[in-house]
Write a protein that binds this ligand. Structure first.
Ligand code: PLP
Length: 393
């Protein structure tokens, strides 16, 4: 779609759902900020002081929120802790937490810590097939003793996309606060967090937003919660106008900006600044349409040529995100063999090969070549000769 805007690594890169490819604009923005540091040293803060806030309109567009409802800060895990510290107030009979058995472990660790603090339960919604979630099972978990639920927009292994608006409505009609881990959907699927009424969301910018390794995370808090004091506080969440008065009374910045803690990583924010400038020029609906086109093409070729690989990503467009998950008992060996042939997939233990044909920079030809190599590997068994080694991410 806009491959020209990216510094593509050599070979075929299908791992943008783990770490997006570098946009030229990200590199340029970082170099610009480095020049400012070199030239201005501490005076540079005049320019950098409001950098995170200046990115909020672009981020808000990606998640369908008002700019004052979002901020780039922390990481998914840190932001989740921060929002739980604010919103999770077990009261009376309504005290337990709900997440899913297919969640990314870091979310579960964070929720476990909060459940333990309040002597509450963390209930994990089961999966019937080990890959996807049934809406009835999610609804069944939202009982009247549950205070807060965290759900993934797109499941990180299977790529299943949940009905964010529908489930938000259901949770709230049952009196349950609801938050979303949108790591695998932001930058790939359009969102309407504000209109859905979701209480909060967390996500990263290093996957489909292409802001680089360890990019500052994303935090959304619906404006109905902006009258609360953040559960975790730091001077960077203080009202900007009076932050440098250094008073010992915390006056929160209006909106999600109050959830910043310490000094932001300006060079990392610069990469995000550049990466967001790419999205500013694109229609998110077109990004989604192109993503669906590419994943459909991939699934059709797998069906036709790779019957040994089982697609566990839902087929319906409304139920799949930006990557396709293929199950095979030799998935790890296949992944290593693809890498040895300059094709970068992604492996998730024990048996999932994830392929993410990213709307912004991947092509049909790359998908076809990858399917061709997989066919050859399965025919020859050459992947079994590849020694497992190195870091399998
Ligand atoms: C779905 C999901 N949630 C949470 C995390 C953890 O994110 P972070 O390392 O930014 O805290 C990841 C990391 O890849 C993820 O994919």
């Amino acid at each position: 779609m806009r491959r020209d805007l990216f510094a593509m690594p050599p070979g075929i890169y299908l791992d943008g759902n783990s770490l997006g490819v570098m946009p030229h604009a990200a590199r340029e923005a970082v170099l610009r900020r480095l020049d400012e540091w070199q030239r201005d040293a501490v005076e540079g803060w005049d320019r950098w002081f409001g950098l995170a806030e200046s990115l909020a309109p672009s981020i808000a567009r990606l998640v369908g929120a008002h700019p004052h409802e979002v901020i780039a800060t922390g990481s998914i895990t840190a932001n989740l802790h921060s929002l739980l510290a604010t919103l999770y107030r077990p009261q009376g009979g309504r005290r337990h937490l709900v997440a899913t058995s297919l969640d990314f472990p870091s979310d579960v660790y964070a929720l476990q810590a909060w459940a333990a603090r309040y002597d509450a339960e963390l209930r994990l919604i089961p999966s019937r097939d080990g890959h996807t979630l049934h809406e009835e099972d999610i609804l069944a978990a939202l009982t009247d003793d549950v205070a807060l639920a965290l759900l993934p927009t797109v499941l990180y292994r299977s790529g299943q996309l949940l009905d964010v608006a529908g489930l938000t409505r259901e949770a709230q009609s049952r009196g349950v606060l609801i938050g979303w881990d949108a790591a695998h959907s932001v930058g790939s699927v359009p969102h309407a967090l504000h209109d859905s009424g979701a209480d909060f969301a967390v996500w990263c910018h290093y996957k489909y937003v292409n802001a680089g390794p360890g990019a500052p995370g994303g935090l959304y808090l619906h404006e109905r919660h902006h009258d609360r004091l953040p559960g975790l506080r730091g001077w960077w969440g203080h009202d900007k106008g009076t932050q440098f008065e250094m008073a010992h009374t915390f006056r929160p910045a209006p909106g999600a900006g109050a959830y910043q803690l310490g000094t932001p990583p300006i060079l990392a924010l610069a990469a995000l600044e550049g990466a967001l400038s790419v999205f500013d020029t694109l229609s998110l609906e077109e990004v989604r349409a192109r993503s669906l086109e590419l994943t459909l093409h991939l699934m059709a070729l797998v069906d036709a040529h790779l019957p040994e690989l089982r697609i566990v990503t839902p087929r319906e467009p409304a139920r799949r995100g930006g990557h396709v998950a293929l199950v095979h008992r030799e998935a790890q060996a296949l992944s290593l063999a693809l890498r040895a042939r300059s094709i970068t997939p992604d492996f998730r233990s024990p048996d999932i090969l994830r392929l993410a044909p990213v709307a912004l920079y991947n092509t049909e030809a790359e998908i076809e070549a990858t399917v061709g190599v997989l066919r050859e590997l399965l025919d020859t068994g050459a992947h079994r000769a590849v020694e497992a080694g190195g870091l399998v991410t």
